[in-house]
Design a protein around this ligand. Structure first.
Ligand SMILES: [Fe+2]
Ligand SMILES: [Fe+2]
Length: 389
């Protein structure tokens, strides 16, 4: 009996997973495929997945029409840590077969030697690997040769349709209301919506579990206002929500923590010792690397939300304002600014900048040059607009 094993967190299970397993089943004529959801270690801070029951329910919905598919709750029910090697032994025993095919993506396979008991694991079954777009065939070929020589491992690289999606990307898309059509099995998508999973709040709890309730509330409020402003001014709502979600990721970090990242990411040194300005720059640099946010407009909106700058895009202005006018903010003039924000974006940003500059002057602090340039730019632009009328 040929049995395929496919493990994962499935948080959530998506079409990339399903396509990979289907290809493995069909190309290798597997008699059965076991989907084995992981237990996730609670001590992994910030990585808390959806609850076991939600992950299982989604898996059931995704696999109910999947021929020869079956779910095994072995790892979830097992006491203590769940190691793949134990799972493998268990499956061998239950099905009384030595023909086990362990299905996994290329990235996981590249780290296989770091797995617990990898030496035994690598000689205990055949590894079936699904590629992803952009993988380096030559390097990977060298790696598989090395593994099979060293451990005697049977390795099959699937001829699969390359899927470039990950659960983490899907979670961000769900949290920011971006389109997930074609990425999730239909019933899984419906389940997510009806159970309100993977919301902005859920995402925030994962990426910033250290946030106080107050700061969490500020970020969620900023998202809400950013979304309204994006709708009002025809900006991309997904981008607005993404920028708002990450804008204060480093707010609350100490000055020295932020300075360390400034040095590490080679950001302008003039922001050292100024965490109230630098937290945007640092967040922008970190989310680009860690969360693979590639959109320059989103990155700039995060980066410049503390200062503004000359010639801001609509998205930059939206984040700059949403941060200031969200409902929990209270300062003199905030009501006027709230109203103005939905009437004229440029005038509202100018109003906010003038407010900020006055406030900083009063405190006798140094005014950021980008803020001055932003103010002068908008002054001229508004004047030109009025003259042109
Ligand atoms: Fe901020
Ligand atoms: Fe903020």
């Amino acid at each position: 009996m040929k049995i395929g094993i496919f493990g994962g967190t499935f948080d959530p299970i998506h079409n990339g997973h399903m396509a990979l397993v289907k290809t493995a089943r069909d190309q290798l004529f597997l008699d059965k495929v076991l989907f084995i959801p992981n237990k996730v270690q609670p001590f992994k801070a910030g990585k808390k997945p959806a609850s076991v029951s939600h992950r299982l329910n989604m898996l059931k919905l995704a696999t109910e029409d999947f021929e020869k598919g079956e779910i095994s709750t072995f790892e979830i029910e097992r006491e203590g840590l769940s190691y793949t090697y134990y799972t493998l032994e268990h499956v061998k025993e239950i099905y009384d077969t030595g023909e086990i095919y362990f299905i996994l993506g290329i990235d996981s396979f590249l780290g296989i030697e770091k797995w617990w008991n990898s030496e035994k694991l690598l000689s205990a079954c055949t590894f079936v690997i699904g590629a992803r777009p952009g993988y380096d065939e030559k390097n990977f070929g060298e790696f598989t040769d090395y593994i099979s020589l060293k451990y005697g491992t049977g390795i099959i690289v699937l001829n699969n349709k390359l899927f470039d999606i990950s659960s983490s990307e899907i979670r961000l898309r769900l949290a920011t209301m971006a389109d997930t059509k074609d990425l999730l099995p239909k019933k899984v998508a419906e389940y997510i919506y009806s159970n309100n999973l993977y919301t902005g709040e859920d995402y925030l709890n994962r990426i910033a579990p250290q946030f106080s309730e107050q700061r969490k509330g500020h970020v969620l409020n900023t998202m809400e206002v950013a979304l309204k402003l994006a709708k009002r001014y025809g900006a991309d709502p997904h981008k607005a929500l993404t920028a708002a979600l990450f804008h204060d990721l480093f707010r609350g970090c100490t000055s020295s923590e932020i300075d360390e990242i400034i040095l590490e990411k080679d950001l302008p040194k003039e922001y050292m010792g100024k965490p109230y300005l630098a937290h945007g720059k640092v967040a922008s640099a970190v989310i680009e690397d860690t969360y693979h946010i590639a959109d320059k407009d989103v990155l700039n909106a995060v980066s410049f939300h503390t200062t503004g700058r000359a010639n801001m895009t609509a998205l930059e202005k939206i984040i700059f304002l949403a941060d200031l006018i969200e409902p929990s903010r209270s300062f003199e003039g905030v009501e006027r600014l709230r109203e103005k924000a939905f009437v004229d974006l440029d005038e509202a940003v100018l109003m906010a900048l003038e407010n900020n500059i006055d406030f900083i002057k009063e405190k006798g602090l140094e005014i950021d040059e980008d803020s001055i340039r932003a103010r002068d730019f908008l002054c001229n632009r508004i004047k030109e607009k009025k003259n042109g009328e």
